[in-house]
Design a binder for this molecule. Structure first.
Ligand SMILES: Cc1cc2nc3c(=O)[nH]c(=O)nc-3n(C[C@H](O)[C@H](O)[C@H](O)COP(=O)(O)OP(=O)(O)OC[C@H]3O[C@@H](n4cnc5c(N)ncnc54)[C@H](O)[C@@H]3O)c2cc1C
Length: 478
């Protein structure tokens, strides 16, 4: 993103170097994204057709949560905003009743597309445009080399395969250069720590403390597997399926070639053996060979110190729920580009703004992820320990724009509404805050949503159909 934003590589320009270790491959998980990824890929000049083909990617239109309330329930958190969302909050009118359908179905046409594993667009829809809002599921093992090749070949990024072994600093602690195993020093003005959980610069060198979130978010282990489809024409789901289990939840992501499935759980509430059995039984009893990954939920107290800024897992990680990690890496890269000062003297101010913004974002994400768990009525110890009263405020007021006043909140009022009302949360009836004109409008808009959903159901191809056609013919270039 920095290389695309600052394309001048001449003596007065900015050069970007990516350093990777041959010995430590990228983590290789992280297959669900957020709709921001479309503008990110577009901005850096990636063709959507190439990306879909080379990363076995599919369209993601939100998440479906199964069994989170009591084991037999299901609700959607779709990417498309509730109807009329920019102007009016219709949630209180849905709450008032009569509730002929659930919250997401009543106010968002997209759930009906997800029910049938439909695509969010047509073959004639240009690259990155959609009939419904969407992101992707992608093969993480293919996405990293795909981006690396694009950045080197199209954006002039220098790629160095070497092992960073130490850091040289000047008197004020700023990083002067990195020392590598091959002996070549790598000097720079700004160092972006993308070293994953190793957090080589922000953690090991700058000693920025890590704020653990384990007391709030209990997930600390993942068992990840790749499974084949039952048949060549099996539907490719257009949502991340998130199914509650005894001590956590299972993600199920459909790519074009296979599914990526994983159980994230709390090791305080179950053992690896029992978790593997639950995962096996979710997969219909088939033999599995899984990868076990430790998760240390939390984030850095600061992300930008001097001339070092952390992006990705080195900055923090909570858990895979709602795919908040890659979007945070995208937002970080975007903000670094926007805040980058012309001279070193501007770094402290950039760091201050960046840290404030991202501290807010991490705190808000923790709050939103926890919301998924607190209303559960499941009876296993993991869910009982997670249970908490929802803030009183949401009893008297439906989440709305004013509650999320920062620019580019990762999860907006719409996301809070989908989860709260999807989980059956019942606020106080507040008829004196409602009016007849909006009541009539809400009824009309709900009817319009149902009509729109029916039209799209009739006209959109399935995810699998469209992805097959894109493989053959490609999408229209913008
Ligand atoms: C179980 C699990 C599920 C996840 N699911 C999702 C999801 O669905 N959606 C989502 O948005 N995110 C998800 N994530 C997070 C996602 O995987 C990461 O945000 C993403 O992969 C980015 O990782 P990264 O680049 O920060 O780190 P990594 O992929 O670990 O890359 C670190 C890089 O640093 C290099 N490096 C390390 N040490 C050295 C050294 N000494 N010298 C030189 N180079 C070095 C390595 O070579 C590597 O290239 C998930 C994470 C986990 C653990």
């Amino acid at each position: 993103m920095l290389a695309a934003r600052f394309p001048n590589r001449g003596p007065d320009g900015i050069s970007v170097t990516l350093i990777e270790s041959r010995l430590q491959p990228p983590i290789g998980v992280g297959e669900g994204t957020w709709p921001t990824i479309r503008s990110t890929l577009k901005q850096i000049g990636v063709s959507e057709t190439d990306f879909l083909r080379e990363c076995d990617a599919s369209f993601k239109q939100g998440s479906k949560f199964v069994g989170w309330l009591n084991g037999t329930d299901a609700y959607y958190h779709p990417f498309t905003l509730p109807i009329d969302y920019i102007d009016r909050n219709l949630a209180p009118y849905w709450l008032e009743g009569p509730r002929t359908a659930n919250f997401a179905d009543s106010l968002c046409f997209q759930t009906r597309l997800c029910d049938r594993s439909l695509a969010p667009k047509l073959i004639t829809t240009p690259e990155y445009a959609g009939v419904a809002n969407y992101a992707y599921h992608l093969d993480a093992g293919k996405f990293a080399p795909f981006l690396q090749k694009h950045c080197v070949e199209k954006l002039g990024v220098t790629h160095v395969l070497d092992e960073i072994v130490s850091v040289d600093c000047d008197a004020d602690g700023s990083i002067l250069q990195l020392r590598t195993k091959s002996g070549t020093p790598l000097p720079g003005d700004l160092f972006v720590d993308c070293s994953g959980f190793a957090a080589l610069l922000i953690g090991k060198h700058c000693n920025v403390p890590f704020i653990p979130c384990k007391d709030t978010l209990f997930i600390d282990k993942a068992l990840a597997v790749q499974v084949s489809y039952d048949s060549e024409d099996a539907p490719i789901a257009s949502i991340t399926l998130s199914t509650a289990q005894s001590a956590g939840w299972i993600w199920d992501i459909g790519l074009t070639t296979r599914r990526g499935v994983g159980y994230v759980y709390s090791s305080n509430h179950t053992t690896e053996e029992a978790a593997a059995n639950e995962l096996r039984s979710y997969l219909g009893g088939r033999d599995i060979s899984y990868r076990s990954i430790n998760i240390n939920s939390g984030y850095r107290r600061e992300f930008w110190v001097g001339n070092c800024v952390a992006v990705g897992l080195s900055a923090g990680f909570l858990e895979p729920l709602e795919a908040s990690a890659i979007v945070m890496a995208e937002l970080s890269a975007k903000s670094i580009g926007e805040l980058l000062p012309g001279f070193r003297s501007g770094l402290p101010q950039a760091a201050r703004i960046f840290n404030e913004m991202f501290q807010h974002r991490w705190q808000r994400i923790v709050e939103f992820l926890k919301l998924h768990y607190v209303l559960s009525r499941r009876t296993e110890p993991f869910w009982i320990d997670n249970r908490q009263a929802v803030p009183d405020y949401w009893r008297q007021h439906s989440p709305w724009h004013e509650d999320f006043s920062h620019r580019e909140e990762v999860f907006s009022a719409a996301s809070f509404q989908y989860v709260l009302y999807g989980m059956g949360f019942e606020p106080e009836p507040l008829p004196w805050l409602l009016n007849e004109a909006d009541r009539i409008r809400a009824r009309e808009k709900m009817a319009e949503t149902a009509r729109h959903a029916a039209n799209l159901q009739a006209g959109l191809p399935t995810n699998r159909d469209l992805l097959g056609r894109i493989r053959k013919y490609g999408l229209q270039k913008i």
